[in-house]
Design a protein around this ligand. Structure first.
Ligand SMILES: Cc1cc2nc3c(=O)[nH]c(=O)nc-3n(C[C@H](O)[C@H](O)[C@H](O)COP(=O)(O)OP(=O)(O)OC[C@H]3O[C@@H](n4cnc5c(N)ncnc54)[C@H](O)[C@@H]3O)c2cc1C
Length: 435
């Protein structure tokens, strides 16, 4: 056993763990952070869009040396069928501001950098070490961890579980349930490398400007899911994900979906000639508010994806992870500075502070996320994308058909696919989801 005792042990060096370790180390707490990967970020997968506001709260001067790719000036939302897409695009020069709002990043580089900030602040980071289980005393209080190293038991006043979506440690210690297939999505992602000038010409970009494409429709074969394409400096991240329960039911495989997405005539020219250097698959928690487990107990708190803190509707996860990690670190510091013990009662402060933040306020809006995502998924991800694309093509194609006939054809195609009642019902459900 390592005799040295720590104020806090953080399990995992992803967004949530690094935020917690940095926050506590900056305030003078003695922190040990344990990461199973070769280095922080080596195991982590993200699109990846980074939300600057939440990072700025942790590292106000991050723009000076963080490994950022492109700042985003344009967002494209595409509704796709087999051969077409209908898009809603927002591009603004306002995003070329002095302190841009969103950036693309590469997690392997970013996590290493954020971890270096935690280490500079005094956190001890131990990589290539897996925490096998939590140590609990006779009353069930978490008092440390057991790692896969020789004599690898270490003790601390509190353990921060930042172990990501699978949350195996928490489940093993009966602190939370295992996530169910309708509460998690499985996403696959590839990195396509291209010369910088090619990316800038294809996406109409100058300097470090970047574009994001979020795509839904027949690409997910009727399942609830989305595709994405993000521009980095010299690469393009492209991926797709759907709920695990949907994959189970449909028998579709994620790599087949990604293959079809890449071959779509709207996507293929954007990645043409690229060299694929990385392929990754990862789960994303999408259960919403109702899936959030108990967030604290005697001697422990849980943060980030391990706490299911992910907003699938808005494609946000890393910012919820960073914020929950930071808030957990601040709460632990407050308890410690009052010289109070790390009991369940005292650590409830973390939950209270999280409730007051955007994290829980946003997730409360989507209490039953799987229910919401599953509403008429065949209609929203198959029927409507096909109808909308057909209608738009009918609208722009000039072929001598009188406009009044074109309008009648379009209305008829919608009403024959869904009754008037069905159409109004779906419109109502869609509006309610976004209210
Ligand atoms: C394909 C994809 C695209 C995404 N795109 C975006 C996006 O664009 N923007 C966004 O905000 N979010 C996005 N997300 C979500 C985002 O990646 C997560 O919300 C975020 O990574 C969660 O951070 P975390 O620190 O909680 O978990 P993770 O980043 O998963 O970190 C957990 C860490 O714990 C370590 N670990 C696990 N178990 C142990 C153990 N027993 N012992 C030691 N170490 C352990 C792991 O190795 C890992 O380093 C995306 C996710 C995926 C899969």
């Amino acid at each position: 056993m390592i005799e040295e005792r720590f104020d806090a042990i953080v399990v995992g060096a992803g967004m949530a763990g690094n935020a917690a370790a940095l926050t506590m180390a900056k305030r003078g707490l003695k922190v040990l952070q344990i990461e199973r990967g070769e280095y922080p970020g080596s195991k982590n997968v993200q699109g990846a869009i980074l939300y600057a506001d939440m990072l700025e709260k942790l590292v106000p001067d991050f723009r000076e040396d963080a490994p950022l790719e492109r700042h985003l000036v344009e967002q494209r939302f595409w509704m796709m069928d087999g051969k077409s897409h209908t898009g809603l695009h927002h591009r603004s020069d306002d995003f070329n501001e002095e302190k841009p709002n969103r950036y693309t990043i590469i997690r392997a580089q970013f996590d290493k950098w954020l971890s270096s900030r935690a280490q500079e602040a005094g956190a001890v980071v131990l990589c290539e070490t897996t925490v096998k289980e939590l140590v609990q005393d006779a009353y069930g209080k978490v008092i440390g961890v057991i790692t896969d190293r020789d004599g690898g038991e270490v003790h601390a006043d509190v353990v921060v579980l930042a172990e990501g979506v699978n949350g195996l440690l928490g489940t093993k210690a009966s602190l939370r349930e295992r996530p169910t297939p309708d509460n998690v999505a499985l996403a696959v992602k590839e990195m396509h490398f291209l010369p910088r000038e090619t990316i800038e010409a294809r996406f109409n970009l100058k300097g470090d400007e970047g574009v994001v494409i979020e795509a839904a429709g027949t690409i997910s074969a009727g399942m609830t899911g989305m595709g994405f394409l993000y521009t980095n400096k010299e690469s393009i991240s492209i991926g797709i994900g759907c709920l695990v329960a949907d994959f189970q039911k449909s028998g579709e495989t994620p790599y087949d979906l990604l293959d079809r997405f890449k071959k779509h005539p709207s996507i293929a020219p954007l990645i043409e000639g690229s060299e694929v250097k990385e392929y990754a698959g990862h789960l994303i928690p999408e259960g919403g508010y109702n899936a959030i487990p108990q967030l604290y107990g005697d001697g422990w708190v849980v943060v980030g994806d391990a706490a299911q803190l992910n907003n699938a509707m808005h494609r946000e996860g890393s910012n919820l992870a960073m914020t929950s990690g930071r808030i957990a670190g601040e709460a632990i510091f407050q308890v410690k500075s009052r010289k109070d013990p790390m009991t369940k009662q005292n650590l409830a402060l973390y939950k209270k502070m999280l409730d007051d933040s955007f994290v829980i306020k946003d997730l409360k809006k989507y209490k039953d996320m799987p229910g919401l995502l599953h509403i008429q998924s065949q209609n929203f991800f198959l029927t409507y994308p096909q109808l909308v694309n057909k209608a738009l093509q009918n609208f722009v194609r000039v072929d001598g058909t009188p406009k009044i006939e074109k309008e009648k054809t379009t209305i008829k195609s919608f009403v024959s696919a869904r009754s008037w009642g069905g159409l109004f019902g779906d419109a109502f459900r869609f509006a309610r989801a976004w209210r």
